[in-house]
Design a protein around this ligand. Structure first.
Ligand code: KIV
Ligand code: NA
Length: 265
């Protein structure tokens, strides 16, 4: 069983991958992925939105239930979606609690800012483990003006590392750092005791995370820092085209798919 404690102790890099449904989560779990993230990237990857902003608590709750149903060993972490936290303290705690209580997640991930330090502390105190998230925080796409690399000056990088440290001090059990220069990823891993999981943050972080659609080659476009380790898109397209052709040519269903009672009709 992977736990928030075991990923803090493990010697090998933490492997983390998103999943939004039971069959994908089962494959990740069987492969020995340490942390399955029910990311709010479900908005882009599954729902076809342009951003993660429209994703709701109901979406995350349902997706988390599907993932939890399929996972035996991995730690299941779920993103708190845009505006489900930070507006009202009680509501933030209730929403985070719902992901554990109703959907069975083991922890939540929160896109971090100065406003989430106290919240991280409160959740941790209540028994809701929190994974922090610094660097590119896609829920801020409108304020940032795009999905651009963060921490590109020494000053910005220092502020980001300070923010990361405040979340560690507030009790975060781990931290994601997204789309930053590799030296910033390395510095975060060096300066924090908790495991730092990078995405587009170079090779020196304590672990790596990718969106599963990118990792298996299902996404139409893959960010420059990701790699497609397979061609699921090509495989699915071929299978769908073969099915279409077989129906059009009446090769499917074949005799082996058909049953007769010899009825005289
Ligand atoms: O939603 C997501 O997939 C994420 C990862 C990219 C870290 O937050
Ligand atoms: Na996310």
């Amino acid at each position: 069983m992977t736990t928030v404690a075991s990923i803090q102790e493990q010697e090998t890099p933490v492997t983390m991958l998103t999943a939004y449904d039971a069959p994908t989560a089962a494959l990740a779990d069987e492969a020995g992925i340490d942390v399955v993230l029910v990311g709010d990237s479900i908005g882009n990857a599954v729902f076809g939105y342009e951003s993660t902003l429209p994703v709701t608590m109901d979406d995350m709750t349902r997706a988390t239930t599907s993932v939890v149903n399929a996972v035996d060993d991995a730690l299941v972490v779920t993103d708190l979606p845009f505006l489900s936290y930070g507006v009202d303290r009680a509501q933030s705690l209730e929403n985070a609690g719902r992901l554990l209580k109703e959907a069975g997640a083991h922890a939540v991930k929160i896109e971090s800012g100065p406003h989430t330090v106290e919240l991280t502390e409160a959740m941790t105190r209540l028994g809701i483990p929190v994974m922090a998230h610094v660097g590119l925080t896609p829920q801020h796409v409108n304020s940032v003006g795009g999905y651009t690399r963060q921490g590109t000056t020494a000053e910005q990088a220092a502020a980001m590392l300070d923010l990361a440290k405040s979340h560690e001090e507030a009790g975060a059990f781990s931290l994601v750092i997204e789309h930053v220069p590799r030296e910033v990823g390395a510095a975060a891993s060096e300066e924090l005791d908790i495991p730092v999981v990078g995405i587009g943050a170079g090779p020196e972080t304590d672990g790596q995370v990718l969106v599963v659609d990118d990792a298996v080659g299902l996404s139409e476009r893959v960010p420059p820092f990701a790699e497609a380790f397979g061609d699921v898109r090509g495989e699915m397209r071929q299978a769908i085209e073969r099915y279409r052709d077989a129906v059009e040519s009446r090769d499917f269903p074949a005799d082996e798919h058909s049953h007769s009672e010899g009825l005289d009709l």
